[in-house]
Design a protein around this ligand. Structure first.
Ligand SMILES: Cc1cc2nc3c(=O)[nH]c(=O)nc-3n(C[C@H](O)[C@H](O)[C@H](O)COP(=O)(O)OP(=O)(O)OC[C@H]3O[C@@H](n4cnc5c(N)ncnc54)[C@H](O)[C@@H]3O)c2cc1C
Length: 300
C-alpha cells in the first residue's frame, strides 16, 4: 500500500544506519517527513488505516535498531522548526518546534540572555526526543523549565497540556509512544548573555573531556543506579574496553558503548547483555537500559 495525499517526503525501506547515532541497524518500511501539522495528521491517519505500527524519530541518538530492521513506519517532524520568543517581566516564554535540535534552541536563548536550558547544551537530540526521554545533564532535566506542550494523539487531535498535567521522571515522561510532540513552550529567565554562554562553554568542555565523542554511540547505555552513575559498577566488573565484534565498552566512559567501525546491532545488543550479566555477577546490581532497543523482541 502506498501512502496517499501526503505532501512531505515519504521514503521507503530506509536503512537506520544513516538515521541513528550508533550507525547500526536494518531498514524500516517507511520514513515520513510531514510538512506541517495537517500533513502529520494525514500520515498518522494513513498509518492507522494501513494497520501499520509507527513511532516517532528525532535525531536517533537514543535508539538502537536491530539488524533485521524494525517493522514500524517512522515519522520525523524535522520540518517543525519554529522558534518564537514572547518577552515577560522576568524573561521569556519560548515556543519551539519539536523538530529543532536542542543545541540550536539553547544557542538562540543564550544569545538573547535567557537562562534555564544551557546545562543541556551538547545533548545531540531534538526537542521532541528530549522531552519524551526527559533528557538531562549536569543536574538539570529538560522538563524543569517546561511550561506546556502541544501533542498530536493517534486520532490526529492536537492538545495543549500544561506541565502540571504531565508526569516527568528520570529519563521518562508520560508522553505515549503513539503521541507526537509538535511544540514545547519553555519559561526562561533573564540573565547576562555572557554568563549563559560561559555555562554552555563549561558543559561542552566537560562533555569533550568525559564522553567518547569521536566514535558513534547512543550516549549513556544504562540508567543511573540508586540515583548515582552506573559506570563505577561497570568498572568494578572489569568491563572497560570489553568488546563484542566491533562494539566496545568505551575506555573513556564505561557507560558508553561505541561503534569502532562496522559494528552490527547484534554486536551492540550482545555487549549490552554481557555487561548486564557481568555487572550482576560482580556487584549484585541489575542495570536497566536508558537506550531504546527497537526490533529486537525475539532476541536478534
Ligand atoms: C554523544 C551522546 C551524548 C548524549 N548525552 C546525553 C545526556 O547528557 N543526557 C541525556 O538525557 N541524553 C543524552 N544522550 C541521549 C539522547 O541524545 C537523548 O535521549 C535525546 O533526548 C534523544 O533525542 P532524539 O531526538 O535523538 O530522540 P530519538 O533517539 O530519535 O528518540 C528517542 C525517543 O523519543 C521519541 N521521540 C522522538 N521525537 C519525538 C516527537 N517529536 N514526539 C514524540 N516522541 C518523540 C522516540 O520515539 C523515542 O522513543 C546522548 C546521546 C549521545 C549520542
Amino acid at each position: 500500500m502506498e501512502p496517499q495525499g501526503i505532501t512531505g517526503r515519504v521514503l521507503r525501506n530506509v536503512s537506520m544506519k544513516r538515521y541513528t547515532s550508533m550507525r547500526v541497524g536494518g531498514a524500516v518500511p517507511y520514513l515520513f517527513y510531514p510538512e506541517d501539522e495537517a500533513d502529520l495528521r494525514l500520515a498518522v491517519a494513513w498509518l492507522n488505516e494501513a494497520g501499520q505500527p509507527y513511532r516517532f524519530l528525532g535525531n536517533g541518538t537514543n535508539v538502537i535498531v536491530a539488524d533485521r530492521g524494525f517493522a514500524a513506519g517512522l515519522i520525523r517532524v524535522s520540518r517543525m522548526r519554529h522558534l518564537r520568543f514572547s518577552m515577560t517581566e522576568t524573561g521569556a516564554l519560548v515556543a519551539v518546534g519539536a523538530g529543532l535540535p536542542l543545541k540550536s534552541v539553547i544557542r538562540s536563548c543564550a544569545a538573547r540572555g535567557l537562562t534555564g536550558l544551557e546545562k543541556l547544551f551538547g545533548i545531540p537530540g531534538t526537542v521532541g526526543g528530549a522531552l519524551k526521554m526527559n533528557a538531562g545533564s549536569f543536574g538539570v532535566a529538560i522538563s524543569d523549565c517546561l511550561s506546556s506542550l502541544r501533542c498530536m494523539d493517534e486520532r490526529g487531535e492536537v492538545q495543549r497540556r500544561q506541565k502540571g498535567e504531565m508526569r516527568f521522571g528520570y529519563r521518562s515522561s508520560s508522553i505515549l509512544d503513539r503521541e507526537c510532540v509538535i511544540e514545547a513552550t519553555f519559561e526562561l529567565k533573564h540573565a547576562k548573555a555572557e554568563q549563559v554562554q560561559a555555562e554552555m562553554d563549561h558543559v561542552w568542555r566537560e562533555r569533550l573531556k568525559k564522553h567518547p565523542m569521536e566514535r558513534p554511540s547512543a550516549g549513556s547505555v544504562f540508567k543511573h543506579v540508586n540515583g548515582g552513575p552506573c559506570w563505577s559498577y561497570i568498572d568494578r566488573a572489569g568491563l572497560r574496553g570489553a568488546t563484542v565484534g566491533a562494539a566496545c565498552v568505551s575506555e573513556k566512559h564505561p557507560n558508553f558503548i561505541v561503534n569502532m567501525g562496522g559494528a552490527s546491532a547484534s554486536d551492540v545488543k550482545r555487549l549490552i547483555e554481557t555487561v548486564k550479566k557481568r555487572v550482576a555477577e560482580a556487584t549484585g546490581v541489575t542495570l536497566e537500559e536508558e537506550v531504546e532497543l527497537w526490533g529486537f523482541d525475539d532476541g536478534a
